[in-house]
Ligand binder design. Sequence first.
Ligand SMILES: Cc1cc2nc3c(=O)[nH]c(=O)nc-3n(C[C@H](O)[C@H](O)[C@H](O)COP(=O)(O)OP(=O)(O)OC[C@H]3O[C@@H](n4cnc5c(N)ncnc54)[C@H](O)[C@@H]3O)c2cc1C
Length: 203
Amino acid sequence: MLSQAAAMVGAPAIRNRGTVGGNIQSASPAADVVVPLLALDAKLVLASIGGKREIYLKDFHLGPGKTDRKPEELITEIRFDCLEDDRSVFYKLGQRNALAIAIVSLALQISFSSQNEVTKVAIALGSVAPTAVRASNTEDYLLGKTLTDETIRMAREMLTKDIKPISDLRASSEYRDSASQVLLARALKSVMPNSNTSCRGAV
Ligand SMILES: Cc1cc2nc3c(=O)[nH]c(=O)nc-3n(C[C@H](O)[C@H](O)[C@H](O)COP(=O)(O)OP(=O)(O)OC[C@H]3O[C@@H](n4cnc5c(N)ncnc54)[C@H](O)[C@@H]3O)c2cc1C
């Protein structure tokens, strides 16, 4: 999901010059790389002449364009655990296939038991709240479940408790709400055990 998100930032010229640190510090609720990093429970290392400190990414973004970074600090490292048997996917819905700010984006990381029950799940969304958010209610609902059409339908309903989309020039809050549910259903279907769908995100 991280490589999928990185590949969807802007266009080649932007990706050649842009950095992950800049993507995080911009604190845009639509920043593409932030969404999978949030699903990965990433921590940032902030360094200054006074030393280093660590902060979870979820605590770093305070609002649109606002972060917990002090003026003298730089983001020098991003830390997260390696994925093992987990499946993951990133979806971004924009107005075009390139150079498009996300109307909604969603990152999913999930693992299953040998009985196909969900043993671990992390869902993060962009452009549906003042900062990128984790869908904690939906994650709690999915834990221990087998992914069926009914489970996915209930997860879609649960997702509405986790997001607070606004209306702006790109989309209405109602559209974002509905699109978030569609992306969640697509993501869950694409990672289902024995799914023929490849774990590839799409714009
Ligand atoms: C045409 C265009 C299209 C774009 N499309 C997308 C898109 O599709 N998806 C998306 O997510 N973003 C997009 N962006 C936004 C931006 O390009 C990316 O977020 C990029 O990753 C920013 O990285 P940068 O290194 O250029 O940061 P900069 O723009 O140089 O910096 C952004 C801010 O972060 C600070 N900063 C930079 N690095 C650090 C650091 N290591 N530690 C602390 N502060 C730091 C800078 O001082 C500045 O305040 C687009 C921008 C443009 C111009």
